[in-house]
Write a protein that binds this ligand. Sequence first.
Ligand code: RRO
Length: 304
Amino acid sequence: MDSRLAVELAGIRLRNPVMVCSGTFGSGSEYGDFLDLESLGALVTKSVTLNPRAGNPPPRIWETPSGMLNSIGLENKGVERFIQEDLAHLSALELPVIASVAGSSVEEYVEVAGRLSDSGRASALELNVSCPNVKRGGVEFGLESQAACELVTRVKERCGVPIFVKLSPLVPDMGAMARLLQEAGADGLSLINTVPGMAVDIEGKKPRLGAVTGGLSGPAIHPIAVRSVWTARQQVGIPIIGMGGITDWRSALELIVAGANAVAVGTANFTDPQATIKIIGGMESFVQARGLDRIGELVGSLRV
Ligand code: RRO
């Protein structure tokens, strides 16, 4: 382990800046056969709601050129079972766990966040205000700054752990949104969620996804993520977790140079369960070759 990769995010110490994105890593244990979870910087769990949700009709996944559409529809077992079954096991690891929170009302977000915070088993929370695949509780809290800021204020009043806000790339003014969220007390930002999209079967004249539309992830969206991180970084000092289409250490470092303090790998885990480990190795070689004392020197080092 190379201590030059260590970073601190909102008071949480990570052994390296490489995390996994919400929704792409199950509850962690599914990947235990492929890698040592304690090699990761942190793990972000799939978004949970107050009550269990069955999710959207199949098909839920469609592969696209350089990407993947998903429409899972926030399937989850509900916050209580998640705390008892998944967080209990994850919190035994030497690994910061960030629990992702969703809801269809401010009250639901506050309740779910409060229970997770009270459990003492999450190092931080990620407020998902950018799910493209549900009718309520998705982007309506995350595209309009007043609604997003009110949500953050309410959740912060209730919780004792740092709060990251995960935003959609569709936020009309990413810089202004980032600044207002920082003023509202957000401890950090997670940029970006998937990009709304759809695909069509031209023979059957049907949508490829059961829910018709979905969220696009994978290399196709990486430049959108870099631009979102860079735009937000010019307005805020709070930590940014950069994500969207990371495939290797170079695409991860692009986000860091653009302004991210840490990165999260998502779709790449599906094609290579060891993608994160390879990215960490590549970062180690990079800091070594450049003679850097710590990877943090690269954060926002972009010269424009
Ligand atoms: O469950 C999903 O369909 C989903 C969620 Br909650 C999200 O935040 N982003 C995404 O691409 N899919």
